[in-house]
Design a protein around this ligand. Structure first.
Ligand SMILES: [Zn+2]
Length: 73
């Protein structure tokens, strides 16, 4: 009953999944039902790139860290 929702980093809409796994080596990022953009492109990015985008004050990087990552701090 406590379903996990992920926020789109572009518009903030809630979505059920960030990516879909097809096989062991293949997955695809999901698009947002509201804005038709990739829900969270930072899933595939290295943390260093995310940190640089945070320092550049990009809202999408903040949304990734706050809503879609497992960061406790
Ligand atoms: Zn969206």
């Amino acid at each position: 009953m406590n379903a996990k929702f992920y926020s789109c980093i572009e518009c903030g809409a809630k979505n059920v999944a960030l990516f879909q796994v097809f096989s062991e080596n293949a997955l695809t990022l999901q698009t947002c039902a509201n804005c038709s953009k990739v829900i969270d492109k930072y899933v595939e990015y290295d943390f260093t790139v995310i940190l640089i985008d945070i320092l550049l004050l990009k809202f999408s990087a903040y949304r990734h860290v706050l809503y879609n990552s497992n960061t406790k701090n």
